[in-house]
Every structure is written in structure tokens, then in C-alpha cells.
Write a protein that binds this ligand. Structure first.
Ligand code: ADP
Ligand code: MG
Length: 387
């Protein structure tokens, strides 16, 4: 890999500024899902064992350039402190003279957490002056925030101009796993795509149609593909402006559902399973049907590598969750190398109790899609430029 790696840095006695993606759900003063905090522990522990002084930064939510009390990182600092059994000092800003003084007073093995970076609009503007102020707090910079690496933000791009910069352990693993998937996946390689919109994922659909042996399509996006073949899809979610592109992507390796679960709305419990050749005009398709689950499961059972992004149906509502949950079972029982991505897909697998059974769960939703598509992520390009 061409990225400069944390394990090649000399961190002993140094102030190391680490960017994590701690954009976690909060409820009042509590962190509701601490997955991202837990995933950052290896890098933090590595730095502590290496006698570094650790300064952590992150964004949370969309405060749009001003301090929003509910988006402060205090609850995150407290939760991290519990996970580490160690004090985490939290300050109320991320730049300025006072913050600099606190950073300079850190001892080896101590941890400081800065305030939400997005309280300053300069963060998302990739402002160099702001990046320089952040850089003045430390001697080494580490990016461990794959989930924001597709954004040209000051804390992941501009900052690399001012400090020796490295990829953290999580970022490294994420990039290595996804690179391997694209360049040397064990075959058969089956990609499963679903979710709300074709337009969100068109780039990755195109890439996977080329790289994977089979591309299984479910979720709302299936209806755009089915309609592009001239089928009646009723009131299902369709992107009419994507019909042509969708049609151009179809080939023998792209497998579309043969049946679907239809209903009045996502709240109705009255459902009907129909063939895709007789979808009712006055109803919506909200899940893949049982025959489709069978066909998809068969492809999955013979795969050596499986990538999954996007739920097969409106899994949030019980009558339409079967397709997603059954595929989750098939994928995790396949014995293949399995990679799971996408905020909603991960949430679905968590709910099904299957998340831990995947070989790798990618933390970056949009970043993962852009990476798989073959786009150069700005933050990774910035790090590579340092090597
Ligand atoms: P991810 O976050 O995993 O990338 P997306 O955000 O693309 O996934 O899509 C997830 C959403 O798609 C879910 O909220 C789900 O309810 C919705 N969805 C899936 N299938 C359908 C469908 N047939 N009709 C409407 N919405 C659907
Ligand atoms: Mg989503």
C-alpha cells in the first residue's frame, strides 16, 4: 500500500493529533451506539503503549459552523474514558491559544479530546489557516477516519500540509480490505446491492457489474431495473430519469428478483407476494419475495467472496424485513469472505444479530462506495502525497 503508515512513525514522547470519525448517535447525554469508539481503540492503545501524547479530534452531526450544545463531544469523551478505563480530558474548542496551552501541557500517555470540528465552518471549507491552527497543537498527524476521507475537509486534507502524516490502524485495515476486494477477490465474487436509490449507487453498480461474477439487485432500486425492462411496477419507488442507465447495466451477470412483496404502504400488514411479471398497479413493492431469496441464496452459497451494501426491502417494518434478514443468514452461513457496508444495512444486521458474523464491516458508507467505484478519495490522496 502506498499510504504512510502509523507503525512507521516515531511517536515516543510526541504530541499526536488523531482524526477519528466519532459521528455517533447521541440520546441526551449518552452515546447510543459506541461501535465507532470501539473501533478506534486499537490506534489509541497503540499510541499510549508507544508513549505518545494523544490529541483526538472529530466532528459530530451538522452544526454548520457554530457551537451547538447538543453536538458537543463531552458525552463521547466520557464514553471513551469508560472504554479505556482512563481519563480523557475534554476542552470546549479545537483551536486557539488556550487549547494550545492545554495541548502543550500534556504528559506521555495522556489523552485530550478537542471540541467538534464542525463548530468552525473552516473545517468543511478545507481552510488552510484553520488546518494550520490544528497542526500547531501537535507534532504528528494521524488520519483514522475512513468515513470522512471522501470529503475535502481541513482535518483530513489541508492538515497534511503542516505535519508529518500517517494512516491509522483502522484506516489502513479499511483501505487494505477494500483494495483486496477489488483487485484480488477470491472467486466466485458475488456482490449484493440494495437500498433506496439507484442514483446513490450508480457508480458502484457499474464497477461491480464489471468486477463481480454475479451482481444481485434488491431493495427499491430493483424496480428501476425492472421497469427499464418494460415491466409494470405499480406504485413502487422508481427513478424514471435512471431507466436508461439502469437498462444499459443489465447483462447475464446481473440477477434481478423474480418475485416481490407488495402492499398499500410500508405500514400495512396486509401483504401479497407477486411475480415480477404481474406486479399490481395500485400497490408498492417493499421487499424481495421468497423465490428470489432462494435464487439469491443459491448464488451466495457457492461464492468465495461476498460484498453486501443496501437492504433488500423496508426492513424497518417487520412484514418487509424477511428478504434482508434471510439474505443476512445466507451470507453469514456461506463460509465466504464477507464484507458488509452501508449505514442502514449494518443497522439491519445488528438488529438480526448477525453483524459480528461478517468478516469485515466497513465503517464508511459514502466513502466505501466511492472507494469501490475507483475514485481517489481526497484524504487518501493527501496522505499518499506525504510518502
Ligand atoms: P445503506 O445505508 O445501507 O447504504 P440505503 O440508505 O441506500 O442503504 O437504503 C436504505 C433504505 O432503503 C432503508 O431505509 C429501506 O427502508 C429502504 N428500502 C429498501 N427497499 C425499499 C423498497 N422496496 N421501497 C422503499 N424503500 C426501500
Ligand atoms: Mg442509508
Amino acid at each position: 500500500m502506498e499510504l504512510p503508515l502509523l507503525k512507521d512513525a516515531d511517536v515516543k514522547g510526541k504530541r499526536v493529533l488523531v482524526r477519528f470519525d466519532y459521528n455517533v448517535p447521541l440520546k441526551g447525554e449518552k452515546v447510543v451506539d459506541d461501535t465507532r469508539l470501539k473501533e478506534s481503540l486499537p490506534t489509541i492503545k497503540y499510541l499510549l503503549e508507544g508513549h505518545a501524547k494523544v490529541i483526538i479530534m472529530s466532528h459530530l452531526g451538522r452544526p454548520r459552523g457554530k457551537a451547538v450544545p447538543e453536538m458537543r463531544l463531552d458525552a463521547v469523551a466520557e464514553h471513551l474514558s469508560e472504554l479505556l478505563h482512563k481519563d480523557v480530558e475534554k476542552v470546549n474548542d479545537c483551536v486557539g491559544g488556550e487549547i494550545k496551552a492545554v495541548a502543550e501541557s500534556l504528559n506521555e500517555g495522556e489523552i485530550l479530546m478537542l471540541e467538534n470540528l464542525r463548530f468552525h465552518s473552516e473545517e468543511e471549507a478545507n481552510d488552510e489557516g484553520f488546518a494550520k491552527q490544528l497542526a500547531e497543537l501537535a507534532e504528528i498527524y494521524v488520519n483514522d477516519a475512513f468515513g470522512v476521507s471522501h470529503r475535502a475537509n481541513a482535518s483530513v486534507v489541508a492538515i497534511t500540509k503542516f505535519l508529518p502524516s500517517y494512516a491509522g490502524l483502522l484506516l489502513q485495515k479499511e483501505v487494505e480490505t477494500l483494495s483486496k476486494l477489488i483487485d484480488k477477490a477470491k472467486r466466485p465474487f458475488v456482490a449484493v446491492l440494495g437500498g433506496a436509490k439507484v442514483s446513490d449507487k450508480i457508480g458502484v453498480i457499474r464497477k461491480l457489474a464489471e468486477k463481480a461474477d454475479y451482481l444481485l439487485i434488491g431493495g427499491a432500486m430493483m424496480f428501476t431495473f425492472l421497469k427499464s425492462e418494460g415491466k409494470e411496477v405499480g406504485r413502487s419507488l422508481v427513478e424514471n430519469e435512471k431507466l436508461e442507465v439502469a437498462n444499459s447495466l443489465l447483462n447475464e451477470e446481473v440477477i434481478l428478483p423474480v418475485d416481490a412483496v407488495f402492499a398499500e404502504t410500508a405500514d400495512s400488514s396486509e401483504t401479497e407476494v407477486v411475480s415480477v411479471d404481474s406486479m399490481p398497479k395500485d400497490k408498492k413493492g417493499l421487499d424481495i419475495g421468497p423465490k428470489t431469496v432462494e435464487i439469491f441464496s443459491e448464488k451466495i452459497s457457492s461464492a468465495k467472496t461476498i460484498l453486501w451494501n443496501g437492504p433488500m426491502g423496508v426492513f424497518e417494518s417487520e412484514p418487509f424485513s424477511k428478504g434482508t434478514f434471510e439474505l443476512g443468514k445466507a451470507i453469514t452461513f456461506s463460509g465466504a469472505t464477507t464484507i458488509l457496508g452501508g449505514g442502514d444495512t449494518i443497522a439491519a444486521m445488528e438488529r438480526a444479530g448477525l453483524k459480528e458474523k461478517f468478516t469485515f464491516v466497513s465503517t464508511g458508507g459514502g466513502a466505501m462506495l466511492e472507494f469501490l467505484e475507483g475514485k481517489e478519495l481526497p484524504a487518501l490522496a493527501a496522505l499518499k502525497g506525504k510518502k
